[in-house]
Design a protein around this ligand. Structure first.
Ligand code: FE2
Length: 146
């Protein structure tokens, strides 16, 4: 259980970092008539997510886990795949980030349950907040597509 739980936490951390990077990628590279709105929306999202990264890393350290902290480790662990096409159409950027945000909410739903079972209630509170944050990001991205 512990190995599975600890790997799930590292996977969630690497995925969250990859998610923030993708939102920043889209902030930098978005083009089109909706540029001002999407440039700002992607910024709001990556700033919120990056704002949680240090606390997340330190939560892992408090469990005596080492924090994955290299691009190679991130790419080995992440469930959020890189987007290498810098000129993706803007609507596809929103769609892709929405799917990734929903994936992150699900990852945090699962890791929350694991943290609760392990009695790590401080961590589970944090993971619940991350699930909530991704539900909000998903709502904003979904609403942009209508
Ligand atoms: Fe910027």
């Amino acid at each position: 259980m512990n190995d599975k739980y600890h790997l799930a936490l590292k996977t969630a951390f690497a995925s969250e970092y990859a998610f923030a990077l993708k939102a920043q990628n889209f902030h930098w590279n978005v083009e089109g008539a909706s540029f001002p709105q999407l440039h700002a929306l992607f910024e709001k999202i990556y700033e919120e997510v990056y704002g949680s990264i240090d606390t997340f890393a330190e939560q892992l350290r408090a469990l005596q886990l080492y924090t994955p902290a290299s691009l190679q480790k991130f790419s080995m662990l992440t469930r959020v795949e890189d987007e290498n096409n810098e000129n993706l159409p803007d609507g596809q950027m929103v769609q892709e980030l929405l799917e990734d945000s929903e994936k992150m909410a699900n990852i945090f739903r699962i890791t929350f349950d694991m943290a609760e079972s392990a009695g790590d209630h401080g961590l589970s509170n944090f993971l619940a907040d991350r699930q909530d944050a991704h539900k909000k990001h998903s709502w904003m991205l979904r609403s942009t597509l209508k």
